[in-house]
Design a protein around this ligand. Structure first.
Ligand SMILES: [Zn+2]
Length: 342
């Protein structure tokens, strides 16, 4: 089969479009013909290499996968050949206390397609049956692939961790990113007032079209000062963080009393300073969040099937152009998801 394969870490040039062996399915697995695979910031981290983590080489990237079932193992009971499906991106043991409690994203063996196991940047991918979910509603393969990782992440951050309430104010950083564009929509569905940031006026217009009430251009405005101005100096109840060092202090400074900062990433760096006096005297909470459970993915997919939430796709490219897509993401040139088609 054709696939994107890399055997060393580095820049986009390590990604080769080449032949790879077709995956063999075990008794409890399903073989998918991939019809669409969406990229995430995780793809960049995995390609560059992460400290202390050895990715098995040769490696096929890609965590967000939609396609058709073409083969099932003999113990598979729920998934028929021919079904149009997407894959829950998170893989876990299914048996530990976290997994059986429904918090599979906290499993010690948790990983993702395209991370420690081969992903969907290929013509075929194998998956455990438990990860296979029918595509909801009339979503296309491209839309279905654009959803799982970012909508699951944003949903878990806002609903499970920050517990965003109707009428609250939320600051969503990086509206042009996959998680940012998902968070704006979920926050509006909850009934919150959304302040979104982006680095260009064109991206801010798109943020407004997704429902953002107020916008801040972070390339020429100070986020914390603007938040204070837009909220009559009160600050916001929730900050949706995934930027890291570049925005951290402004994010903390933007919180109202009882405010919650929830973060799922640090694309600009891992270090963030917090004035502890400010933390306790203002009753602030700093919440980490990593992916979400399979049950939460079912919950968010139901809303996508009903078109109450929408996949945001920047562009669809042939799989062979994976390296160009990585370059585009590194320049933050996109609004929403880049989807590849094998
Ligand atoms: Zn487990």
């Amino acid at each position: 089969m054709k696939a994107i394969v890399f055997s060393e870490h580095g820049g986009p040039e390590v990604l080769r479009y080449t032949e790879a062996p077709e995956p063999k399915v075990s008794a409890t697995e399903v073989l998918l013909r991939v019809r669409a695979c969406a990229l995430n910031h995780l793809d960049l981290w995995v390609r560059r290499g992460l400290p202390g983590i050895s990715i098995p080489f040769p490696h096929i990237p890609g965590s967000d996968i939609a396609g058709e079932v073409v083969k099932v193992g003999e113990l598979v009971t729920r998934v028929p050949v021919g079904q149009k499906v997407l894959l829950a991106p998170g893989l876990s043991c299914g048996q530990c206390p976290a997994c059986v409690a429904g918090a599979d994203n906290l499993c010690r063996r948790y990983t993702l397609f395209g991370y420690m196991v081969d992903g969907g940047c290929a013509e075929y991918v194998r998956s455990p049956e438990v990860n296979v979910i029918p595509i909801p509603g009339d979503l296309s393969f491209e839309e279905a692939a654009a959803v799982p990782l970012v909508f699951l992440t944003a949903w878990h951050m806002l609903m499970a961790r920050a517990q965003l309430q109707p009428g609250e104010d939320i600051l969503v950083l990086g509206a042009g990113s996959g998680v940012g564009s998902a968070a704006i929509q979920i926050a509006k569905l909850v009934g919150a007032r959304v302040i979104a940031t982006a680095g260009s006026d064109a991206k801010l217009e798109r943020a407004k079209s997704l429902g953002a009430d107020l916008v801040i251009n972070h390339s020429r405005q100070n986020i914390a000062e603007e938040v204070k101005r837009l909220t009559e100096r009160r600050g916001v109840d929730v900050v949706f963080e995934h930027i890291g060092t570049a925005t951290w202090e402004m994010s903390v400074a933007s919180l109202a009393p009882n405010g919650r900062l929830v973060t799922c990433g640090a694309t600009t760096g891992y270090e963030g300073r917090v004035d502890i006096r400010y933390l306790f005297s203002r009753h602030l909470s700093i919440l980490g969040s990593y992916m979400g459970s399979k049950a939460e993915l079912y919950a968010v997919l139901k809303l996508l099937g009903q078109r109450k939430l929408r996949a945001v796709i920047d562009r669809v490219l042939p799989l062979a152009q994976c390296a160009q897509a990585h370059k585009l993401m590194e320049k933050r040139g996109q609004f929403g998801k880049i989807v590849l088609q094998p």
